[in-house]
Every structure is written in C-alpha cells, then in structure tokens.
Design a protein around this ligand. Structure first.
Ligand SMILES: Cc1ncc(COP(=O)(O)O)c(C=O)c1O
Length: 443
C-alpha cells in the first residue's frame, strides 16, 4: 500500500474505532434511559498515580485493580495527617494525641460499619480478607465444629478460602467438600452445590470470582445453606468494589472484606459477623488489647469484637479506610458496576476478535464485574504481560491464588485485566489495540 493508501486505511480504521465507541456510549445511555452520571474525569483527578509516566515514557494504564485498587488523594491525606499531627497508640493513654488517635480509630469503625449496613459491634478489624477468613476458621469453626463436620467450599475460591479449611481438616478432621464449576459456563454447578449441602455446618463461597469476574448467586446460596442449618461465610473481597454490601440485610453469618481493593490502604480489612455467631466465637490471636485481666493464674478476655483485635490496632489504615468509604459513598454503586461492566464486556468482545486469544468467564453477563482473564494460545502469559507492560498496561499474570480453579480450567495461569471506577473506554481501546499489535507481531 502506498503512503496515501496507508493514511486512508488508518484514517478509516480510526473513524471505525471512534464510531464504535460513540455507538457504545449511546447504547450505554440508551440501555439505562439516561446518560450515566459518573464523572470519570473528575474521579480520575482524585487519583494522583493515574498521571504516572513509566520509565519507558509510556503513560500508566492501570488494569490490575482486582489485585489492589489505587488510592484517592483523600485517603493518602487522611493517613499522612494522622502521622503528621496525632500519631499515637489508641485505647492506651490519656494524653491528647492518644485521645485523638482513639477517637479517629473508632470514628473510622463507625463509618466503615455504616457503609456496610451494620453496627460497629458486628465488625472486627483484620489485616484483610485473608485474616478475616482465618478468623472464622480459627475463631469460630475451631470452637464449633467436630470431626466429620462438613464445610462446603467451591473450586472458585481464592486460596484464602481454601487453605484454612484444609488445615482444619488436618487439625480437627472436618470434611471439606468442593463444589465444582461448570466448565462451559464457568459458573458454579448449583446441582452439585445442593448435593454438597447435605449435613453441611458451614458454607464458604466467594461473592465475585477474582479470576472470572463472575458474581455467584449468593442470595440463593445463603437461602439454601440456611435451610439445612449451615452458617454462611461470603468472601466479598472482590464483591465490595463493585456492589454495595448491606450486611444486616444480606443474611450471611460472616462477610470478609478487604480495604485495599476498594480505594482503602493495604493491611486492613474486616470480618462482619452476626451477633449470634460472634457469641459462639473464641479467641484467635491472643496477647494485648483483647484481654480483660491477666495474672499468673490465667487470663480473662474482652467480649465482642474487642476479643479479636489483638495488639496495637491498625490506626492509620483504619483512618485511611474510613476516608475511602466516605469517598466511595458519593457514588451509586449500581452505576459503578455498570461502568466497570461496560468496559470489561466491551474489552472481552474485542479481545475475542484477536486470533489466538481465549477469554475465561462470561464478561457479558450483567452480573459480571471487571475481571477479564485471558490467554493467548502461543504467547506465554508471562511474556504477554511483559509485552503489555511495555505499552504501559499493568495487568496481572499467574494463578491468581486460585490454583484449584486453574486446574478446573485446565491451565496453569492466565493474564487478567481488571477494571475499576477510574478506567475509561479510551484506555480499554488503547489496550485492545496494543494487544492486537503484540499478538500479530509475536504469535
Ligand atoms: C476473592 C479474594 N479473596 C481473598 C483475597 C485476599 O484478600 P487480602 O489481600 O485482603 O488478604 C483476595 C485478594 O486477592 C481475593 O481476590
């Protein structure tokens, strides 16, 4: 093709892409009867890191949100202010700084528990979703389950919701039953789930898969589990960033949450616990703060959530998370979900047009969130990630801490692009173009 022919082809191609995006945007508007009210440019301005230019001169396009989201300036400021102005331990001394730190820690607990539709008494701070699930395993199941009692988990779980149960199997002889996924639809096999429920004492299910982006039918799972008398633990590490969780209305007994995937800092999360389930729990980690009285003869413990918060609290992190939920509260999470879903389903559709690309999951399903896992049939996932990084695109590669799911999918790893509130269709379009270029060049 001569220079003019090439220019014309490129121009037409651009027009085609632009019109595709315009049409898509109109469709987004039409399908909801109104144009979405999320102001993505204003949202992006809250995240200083999104202006980052990488060492190779490429502008960062951050598509690794399922691993951890970026943090808005208000979160960074709230944490810096604590360290700059009133850094002190909480619940320990009577000086001004200690009072301020204690007040800020407890105010954060009120904000966070309110955001999740429950009370401070039903929330226990943890280091993240992993510790939250371990707290259920070692603070509830260890005290309440006996040999041969059944814990149902799914093949879709993150390792955080598999390994603790395997360890309790070794320690206490509980039975761990795995619900398979349907390998065609990538959804949970609900018939197998109902069979696995027989005599179950606890059902542990991921709300939204970190690999497939699929949201499980948690309402049905809760109802069916409770009908057989089983308690339910939901791993909402990926659910909370795209859906508002209202714990008191949900019916689950335990809900594990991670702050760092929803604009909050790393190192903090919580487990939300129904009052009657909390009353059945015993100490998990022991030491300072969780005690009432210690003598050489023995120890008595605090009651309620205080029994499970051992040692110096995560003060800066709690304050940062409080700022994050305040920031998130300005948005309607249904719109956030719709925004993420529109980007992920559009991206997945475009990726499927690229020869050699396979997508796992069902990104077009209205409940699917922003994780799109994919593989190229001849470019290794690690290599593909490096080639994408060269274009400025940050995606995750590996087994995503979900090796049983990888086994079920018949692959050792996948690439995963995961989108959140600040990502745009323009970024997605640039990503697809770069991916197409890389695949054509290196396949
Ligand atoms: C579904 C799911 N569960 C649990 C976790 C662990 O969360 P945390 O990093 O807060 O321990 C993750 C993190 O990737 C996750 O995606």
């Amino acid at each position: 093709m001569d220079k003019h022919g090439h220019f014309t082809a490129t121009f037409l191609n651009c027009l085609d892409n632009i019109s595709h995006l315009l049409i898509l945007r109109c469709l987004i508007a039409d399908s909801r009867g109104q144009v979405m009210s999320l102001d993505i440019e204003a949202i992006r301005a809250d995240f200083p890191i999104l202006d980052r230019v990488l060492p190779n001169g490429k502008k960062l396009v951050y598509f690794d949100n399922a691993a951890t989201s970026q943090k808005p300036q208000v979160v960074i400021d709230a944490m810096s202010r604590y360290y700059e102005e009133y850094n002190s331990n909480a619940h320990r001394a009577n000086h001004t700084l200690a009072d301020e730190a204690t007040t800020a820690l407890e105010e954060a607990r009120s904000k966070i528990s309110r955001y999740f539709g429950t009370t401070p008494e039903n929330m226990i701070y943890t280091s993240g979703a992993t510790e939250a699930i371990n707290l259920v395993a070692y603070g509830w199941a260890r005290y309440n389950l006996q040999r041969d009692d059944v814990v149902v988990v799914t093949e879709m779980e993150h390792h955080a919701d598999i390994v603790p149960w395997q360890e309790l199997n070794k320690e206490k002889g509980i039975e761990v039953r795995y619900v398979p996924i349907n390998s065609k639809t990538f959804t949970l096999d609900m018939e197998a789930f109902e069979v696995a429920l027989e005599d179950a004492k606890l059902v542990c299910v991921v709300h939204t898969s970190n690999v497939l982006g699929i949201r499980n039918p948690v309402e049905e799972i809760i109802e069916k589990s409770q009908a057989v008398g089983a308690r339910v633990l939901l791993d909402c590490a990926q659910g909370a960033p795209h859906e508002r969780i209202f714990f008191d209305n949900m019916g689950a007994d335990f809900v594990a949450i991670s702050a760092h995937k929803m604009a909050g800092p790393t190192g903090i999360g919580c487990i939300l616990v129904k009052s009657d389930a909390m009353a059945e729990m015993g100490p998990f980690m022991t030491g300072g703060s969780m005690i009432r009285r210690v003598s050489t003869k023995g120890t008595t413990f605090q009651e309620g959530h205080a029994m499970f918060e051992t040692g110096t609290p995560r003060i800066a992190e709690a304050i940062g998370w409080g700022a994050a939920v305040e920031w998130l509260s300005q948005f309607d999470m249904k719109e956030v979900h719709a925004h993420i879903h529109d980007i992920s389903s559009w991206t997945a559709d475009q990726m499927l047009e690229i020869p050699g690309i396979r997508v796992f999951g069902d990104p077009n399903h209205p409940n699917s969130s922003g994780a799109v896992s994919f593989l190229h049939d001849s470019i290794q996932s690690q290599d593909l990630a490096i080639l994408l990084d060269e274009g400025g695109f940050a995606v995750r590669t590996g087994h995503h801490c979900a090796q049983p799911l990888m086994d079920a999918l018949g692959v050792p790893s996948t690439n995963r692009a995961s989108f959140w509130i600040y990502n745009t269709l323009d970024e997605a379009q640039a990503f697809v173009e770069h991916l197409r270029y890389v695949c054509e060049r290196f396949a």
